[in-house]
Design a protein around this ligand. Structure first.
Ligand code: NAD
Length: 248
């Protein structure tokens, strides 16, 4: 049986849909008390309802991770709701793809603000509470493109490479607090985020994937659940690719 997350308090940004929603649902199923933080309030409320319908415990806190004060209020709300904070999953992310020649400064800033600075804001706000946990875990959403680059994604790749760098830095800094810090690098996962990728590109990606399919949100949720569990107690600073072998 998979390692439980019984009574751990887990805060998941971008948990209203896609990978974040699947992660929140799986964590709750394994016994965690979950806080979903997202800008999408309607979808967040639906995600909480689905968890509660399955007998789990969850709350939604509307939060824009680019707003430092809002992330501070979020961390306080998590602590106030459940009296602890054990696991932070920095999952919120966006794309605004264009080649370097066509990418404007706004598209660069917007993606870096959410994907990189949002991770900084939320982690800094959550840190004092995570330091009070006996099982502190920080899990960051990277991407295989943050390791290898990708055509048309200067902004997104910069943000994800930066997340990998912060993961390794925080693993060094926070080990003495008993906090592990790891990143998951998904390949291409069937979520609303990749709906704009043309079918012919997706078909080519499937052909290039040794396991012969796109990833599913659950594939990534299970990787987060493993890294959040006691089974991963001695893993820190790792970047776990979950991509069906797409990049080898
Ligand atoms: P998604 O677009 O389905 O969900 C992202 C969620 O983040 C949404 O609920 C959105 O409302 C929320 N969000 C966006 N901006 C926010 C903000 N400023 N503050 C709070 N919440 C915000 O995306 P997904 O595919 O589930 O991706 C989740 C994470 O995984 C992202 O960090 C993404 O970069 C990463 N990732 C996804 C893939 C993929 O193929 N889908 C691959 C590699 C990495």
């Amino acid at each position: 049986m998979a390692a439980p997350l019984t009574d751990r308090v887990a805060l998941i940004t971008g948990g209203s849909q896609g990978i974040g929603r699947a992660t929140a649902a799986l964590f709750a199923q394994r016994g965690a008390r979950v806080i979903i933080a997202d800008v999408n309030e309607a979808a967040g409320a639906a995600a909480v309802q689905a968890i509660e319908d399955n007998g789990g415990t969850a709350q939604f806190v509307p939060t824009d991770v680019t707003d430092r004060a809002a992330t501070e209020a979020l961390a306080e709300a998590a602590q106030a709701a459940y009296g602890a904070l054990d696991i932070l999953v920095n999952n919120a992310g966006i794309t605004r793809d264009a080649t370097l020649a066509k990418m404007d400064g706004d598209a660069f800033d917007a993606v870096v603000d959410v994907n990189l600075k949002g991770v900084f804001n939320t982690t800094k706000a959550a840190l004092p509470y995570l330091q009070g946990s006996a099982h502190g875990r920080i899990l960051n959403a990277a991407s295989v493109v943050g390791l290898y680059g990708n055509f048309g994604q200067t902004n997104y790749v910069a943000s994800k490479s930066g997340v990998i760098g912060m993961t390794k830095t925080w693993a060094r800094e926070l080990g003495r607090d008993g906090i592990t810090v790891n990143a998951v690098a998904p390949g291409f996962i069937e979520t609303p985020m990749v709906e704009t990728v043309p079918d012919k590109v997706m078909d080519r990606l499937v052909k290039q994937t040794p396991l012969g399919r796109l990833g599913r949100a659950d594939d990534i949720a299970r990787a987060y659940a493993f890294l959040a569990s006691d089974d991963a107690a001695f893993i820190t600073g790792a970047v776990l690719s979950v991509d069906g072998g797409l990049v080898l």
